[in-house]
Design a protein around this ligand. Structure first.
Ligand code: CTP
Length: 407
């Protein structure tokens, strides 16, 4: 049975040239068994008419906040309560701004405030409008509030510009609605490590590395969105904590190991994205060391390897690591995969432009314990997180099937 069967989807259509594509979305959802109520904004009606949507969904199309077809019900509250998902496709820059501040000046924005359903948003607009800091800020606000975004694709836009802004294709939008209806990681308990560690030298100095934590935070954020119960153990970073995750802040590698071991019993999957300092000063100077003329030699001792420690007591868990390399990427990653008893490793060439530390993008290769490999193109860390979590879902499914077969 399709996940859409019997589900109630509110489809908000706003005033973008891509509004006509919403007819295809409404049609596919209806064919898949969903009950689709279409809400058109005033501007959307300049591009498409209610007749199309009424014919496709075989249901009345909603426009006016003050339409009350049934005397005993306040229409928008009733619709908002019944909805399983509110899908807004296409979403203009204007609707994103209104949703971000919580305006309720028409039926769609009122529904968005009145519903507790999962919200899926597929924007479509001119590239400059999409990339405008105001729009990007609104996207971030809505994501933090739990909205699931289907980012616009790149291509030739109606205005003649080429760039990001095209409404994503129907299958991609439908798969996001599917994720909202049946979160793939629901019930999965995930531990993510992120950020650098700091190893104190004295009261004001430490040993560390330039990790920003962006990769691990993107994984945690995306996993929450996909329904996982996430514990994020993080070294010091400047990032906002991902909404919905339990965050444990640590400083040193030893503290990170202790925090991981504390939750390890209740965890199904570990993704270790932290850039852990491999060494720490043997002695920590008390107070601040004053400068002098003589040399200062700091003796370093090895830190515990957190992931290896977890791998030694792996049980039935899925363990995923990262490999930060500057040479012999795949050979070194393969070695770590075996040595740390992992199911999957993400090989990351940190010497390349736009990858690894601090960047918003990453170019990685996934290596499975089974020997499979997949090289991903340069993409945002969020997209890397999505690919990685898809791989985790597949591993969980395979592990479940093996367990079922041997039971
Ligand atoms: N890792 C860890 N604890 C450490 C070092 C690394 O948990 N003390 C984890 C990282 O989070 C990552 C993986 O192990 O998932 C590989 O980390 P990386 O820094 O690439 O490799 P190292 O094991 O430190 O080996 P090397 O520095 O020699 O490349």
């Amino acid at each position: 049975m399709s996940v859409f069967e019997g589900k109630h989807i509110l489809l908000g259509v706003t005033g973008s040239i891509a509004a006509y594509k919403a007819a295809d979305i409404a049609s596919k959802l209806t064919q898949a068994g969903a009950e689709v109520d279409v809400v058109l904004t005033e501007h959307a009606r300049r591009f498409v008419t209610e007749v199309t949507f009424r014919a496709i969904t075989r249901r009345p199309v909603l426009i006016d906040l003050f339409d009350e077809p049934e005397e005993r019900q306040i229409a928008h509250i009733h619709l908002a309560k019944r909805a399983d998902v509110l899908l807004i496709a296409p979403a203009t820059a204007n609707i994103l701004a209104k949703l971000a501040v919580g305006l309720a000046d028409d039926l769609l924005t009122t529904l968005a405030l009145a519903t507790q359903a999962k919200v899926v948003i597929a924007p479509a607009m001119n590239t400059v409008m999409w990339q405008h800091p105001a729009t990007q800020h609104n996207v971030r606000i809505l994501e933090e509030r739990g909205a699931l975004f289907v980012y616009p694709a790149e291509g030739m836009l109606a205005c003649g510009d080429v760039g990001a802004g095209k409404l994503a294709d129907t299958p991609t939008i439908l798969s996001a609605v599917e994720t909202a209806l049946a979160p793939p990681l629901r019930g999965v308990r995930l531990l993510v490590t992120a950020g650098p560690t700091e190893e104190p030298v004295d009261a004001v100095r430490h040993l560390s590395n330039p990790s920003s934590g962006k990769m691990g935070y993107a994984i945690a954020q995306e996993a929450v969105r996909q329904g996982a119960e996430v514990t994020l153990v993080t070294g010091p970073t400047l990032l906002d904590p991902p909404a919905g995750a339990r965050v444990v802040r640590v400083r040193s590698a030893q503290q990170m190991l202790d925090a991981c071991l504390q939750v390890y019993d209740g965890v199904d999957v570990v993704i270790a994205a932290a850039a852990v300092s491999d060494y720490r000063p043997a002695e920590v100077w008390q107070g601040k060391r004053k400068k002098g003329e003589e040399e200062w030699t700091i003796r370093l001792v090895p830190n515990p390897d957190i992931l290896r420690t977890l791998g030694e007591r792996k049980g039935g868990r899925i363990l995923v690591g990262f490999a930060a390399e500057t040479h012999e990427l795949l050979e070194n990653a393969q070695k770590k995969l075996l040595e740390k008893n992992l199911d999957l490793i993400v090989a990351n060439d940190v010497s390349q432009e736009g990858t690894g530390f601090r960047a918003d993008t990453n170019r990685v290769t996934l290596l499975w314990a089974s020997g499979r490999q997949e090289q991903l193109p340069l993409m945002s860390k969020r997209e890397v997180a999505r690919h990685l979590l898809q791989a985790v879902c597949d591993l969980l499914r395979a592990a479940k099937a093996t367990k079922g077969a041997s039971a």
